[in-house]
Design a protein around this ligand. Structure first.
Ligand code: NAP
Length: 345
């Protein structure tokens, strides 16, 4: 059984299905709560636009391939497939992965896993719709969600200037030669700001304190970057813009006095951390203090419970790329297959 429907889940399913294990994959439920949390089926990639860094998908006219590769019913649920000249989009890539897993016999259930019993074998998995399913082995690939500030105006400009992934979105035309804002003071914020400074006219790094959390080497990189200006002791108060242009500016509030200031920006990138989707596993598997599942063996997807494997962002707060998630999904399927064989299951 596989829980999660991002690159890790589908890659695990493709490998498990091709090993004749007939995987059952819980892709998540389609609920308003999941929409608001950014945890709908198909994961974080379904929330992005172009994916230019997933090997195998160079820019080109992909429409004919997409029309023949993806089931017609699912095509009707997707944004219309047009003759676009860019690389594959996040939602298209996820539909392709899903279809590939189905083609080899993966059974897909559109439901959330809400509780698990890992104390007894076979394991028991309980779903939101009230089903209980037994399984000898479990691959957890439920990913993580980017943290946002929680402002309504921020929500309004998501994908129209507001993003939580500079590497995914930074090279888009709307951000080129424009001033941009990055929020956060950790390694991710500096990495994102440094990356964005290649395209932007100026990058404002907005941090709520007067000291960065990032490692010294990353801090130095920020201080040395001529295009990067650190706005100390400020938080974002409001995302500003209009219907036509999307985000155009950001209003900042001082954390040391009552002053406000406005910064023109065509983009606001949040780098204030991620939250792994492990709520249903609390107390059942060893986790880091931030709630990520711990891999218990070097270069294996093993967890603290034998027979349970973790893949993708749910166990990785460091790389967090589609391609690394897909890689660990493959590893988890191979680990699960060997575990089943060794135990004669
Ligand atoms: P992080 O280290 O937890 O930093 C999050 C930053 O966001 C902090 O500066 C925090 O401010 C700020 N923040 C959190 N909530 C906020 C809010 N509501 N409003 C405003 N600011 C807020 O997260 P990360 O940068 O994503 O890094 C995660 C891990 O990955 C770290 O261990 C990091 O070293 C690692 N990483 C490494 C690299 C690299 O080495 N190249 C790159 C990326 C990530 P405070 O500082 O005031 O708490």
């Amino acid at each position: 059984m596989i829980v999660g429907s991002g690159p890790a889940g589908w890659s695990a399913a493709i490998y498990a299905a091709r090993a004749n294990l007939k995987p059952l994959l819980f892709e998540g439920a389609i609920t308003e709560e999941n929409r608001l949390n950014g945890t709908l089926p198909l994961g974080q990639l379904a929330l992005t636009t172009e994916v230019e860094n997933y090997a195998g998908f160079p820019a080109g006219v992909l429409s004919q391939f997409l029309k023949t590769a993806i089931d017609e019913k699912r095509q009707r649920m997707m944004a219309p497939i047009t003759d676009h000249e860019h690389a594959v989009t996040g939602p298209e890539l996820m539909e392709l992965m899903r279809q590939q897993a189905l083609n080899f016999g993966t059974r897909v259930v559109t439901d959330d896993v809400v509780d698990v019993d890992l104390d007894n074998r076979p394991f028991k998995v309980h779903t939101l719709e009230g089903q209980t399913v037994e399984t000898h082995t479990l691959i957890v690939a439920t990913g993580a969600k980017a943290n946002y500030l929680g402002l309504p105006s921020e929500e309004a400009y998501k994908n129209r200037g507001v993003s939580a992934c500079a590497v995914c979105d930074g090279a888009l035309p709307r951000f080129r030669n424009q001033p941009l804002v990055v929020v956060g003071g950790g390694d991710s914020a500096i990495e994102e700001a440094t990356y964005l400074s290649k395209y932007a006219s100026r990058v404002y790094l907005v941090h709520r304190r007067d000291e960065l959390r990032a490692s010294k080497i990353m801090q130095q990189r920020a201080f040395d970057n001529q295009k990067l200006e650190i706005v100390w002791n400020h938080v974002v108060d409001e995302a500003l813009g209009d219907e036509q242009q999307g985000l155009t500016a950001v209003r900042l509030k001082s954390t040391v006095d009552d002053s406000h200031r406005e910064v023109q920006a065509s983009g606001m990138f949040l780098a204030i951390g991620h939250t792994p989707n492990t709520g249903f596993l609390k107390g059942k598997l060893q986790m880091t203090d931030k709630g990520y599942i711990k891999w218990t063996s070097h270069f294996r997807t093993y967890t603290s419970v034998e027979g349970v494997f973790a893949a993708g962002d749910v166990a990785d707060d460091y790389y967090r790329q589609a391609i690394t998630s897909a890689g660990t999904g493959c590893m988890a399927a191979l680990d699960a297959e060997r575990y089943l064989a060794e135990h004669g299951l």
